[in-house]
Design a protein around this ligand. Structure first.
Ligand code: SAM
Ligand code: SF4
Length: 341
């Protein structure tokens, strides 16, 4: 009986994977327009009444943590720092029992102002996206002149003592790919752990091209022109999407997320929630499960149990992989910024 209860209290799929890592998108809006993520004119944003309120987000996180065995929650977007209630959401999630690990993925704009409030509210870790050290290349990649704000945000995160600080970088051929070794040196100097992410086909303008994307192998080759990289033992990777290498013997490390050329779907432990309350089993899922409608039917034990059941059923149907390599691969309708990267 005990064992049966335990199985029904977690998010399992038919491939035996268990989701313990929840990605919550807090908004689909953004103050940058990274070329690999959004078109210049932006997107048609989700309508306000469809967005979950701060209380609704915390309620869903509570259901995930107390009824479904979720242990880690990462807030993302769009740009999560644009959400006015972010510090309150982090604080309310930090007060949950059991307390989940809390992290944030951000472009860093505005972090200089909020880093210390976020830390005090209970944020454990942060990832800041930085693709270049050159302000002009930043303008070219993000279509905005805000490089200095990202750097100030990173500095503030470090001063506040948030650790580890990870720096996410997408390399684009002919634009910033030559910067890989320089970016890593810059991160090492500051004690940041850098993670290069292969560009994925999740942009609404369908600009992704397998033939021209910068692969993990190329990234490693470029880094090896300046550093000695030693693979970290596979058992230390667990379900982490990044493969990691010790840099010059360690202890500093660099990660590469090879979602396209070396997908890690077999070990995936993620479940995703969009800003409008849809569960997604994968970045590349083409189906979603609506929790918002159920949520708005009532605020009681019975409704929470029903939401947990809907969530479990959704995850049970998770596919084996994202399928980027399949000839029948179809890009999901929702772009990365609206799913939550
Ligand atoms: N706005 C925040 C940021 O940029 O960090 C959070 C959301 S963003 C979608 C999360 C991460 O996804 C960023 O590190 C970004 O570089 C990455 N990303 C966006 N589009 C991508 C794509 N097509 N392929 C790979 N990574 C992508
Ligand atoms: Fe905005 Fe992040 Fe997408 Fe860049 S990657 S446009 S910062 S959501």
């Amino acid at each position: 009986m005990g064992a049966r209860l335990e199985v029904s209290a977690v998010l399992l799929d038919t491939f035996g994977r268990r989701a313990v890592d929840l990605r919550v998108s807090l908004t689909d809006r953004c103050n940058l327009r990274c070329t690999y993520c959004m078109p210049e004119q932006g997107l048609s944003w989700l309508a306000k009444p469809t967005l979950l309120t701060d209380e609704e987000i915390v309620r869903l996180v509570r259901i995930a943590v107390t009824r479904l065995g979720v242990r880690e929650v990462r807030f993302t977007g769009g740009e999560p720092l644009l959400r006015p209630g972010l510090v309150g959401i982090v604080g309310a999630c930090a007060a949950l029992d059991p307390r989940p690990e809390l992290s944030l993925t951000t472009n860093g704009i505005g972090l200089a102002r909020t880093a210390s409030a976020l830390r005090e509210a209970g944020l454990d870790r942060i990832n800041v996206s930085l693709d270049t050290l050159d302000p002009e290349t930043f303008q070219q990649l993000s279509r905005r002149n805000r490089h200095h704000e990202v750097l100030a945000g990173l500095d503030a995160a470090r001063t506040t003592g948030l650790a580890p600080i990870k720096v996410n970088t997408v390399l684009m051929r002919g634009i910033n790919d030559h910067e890989a070794p320089e970016l890593l040196a810059w991160c090492l100097d500051r004690g940041y752990e850098q993670r290069f992410i292969e560009q994925m086909p999740l942009d609404p303008q369908h600009g992704w091209d397998r033939a021209t994307m910068v692969t993990a192998q190329e990234i490693l080759d470029r880094l090896r022109t300046r550093f000695t990289l030693t693979p970290e033992p596979a058992e230390r990777r667990g379900s982490a999407p990044a493969e990691r290498w010790l840099v010059d013997g360690g202890p500093a490390r660099v990660g590469v997320i090879a979602s396209v050329t070396r997908p890690f779907c077999r070990a995936c432990d993620r479940t995703r929630l969009t800003a409008d309350g849809q569960v997604r089993t994968c970045l590349f899922a083409t189906e979603e499960t609506d929790l918002r409608a159920a949520l708005r039917e009532g605020d009681d034990e019975t409704t929470d149990a029903r939401i947990a059941e809907l969530w479990r059923t959704a995850m049970w149907g998770k596919k084996a992989g994202g399928g980027i390599g399949d000839p029948t691969f179809r890009q999901p309708d929702r772009p990365m910024s609206a799913i939550g990267g």
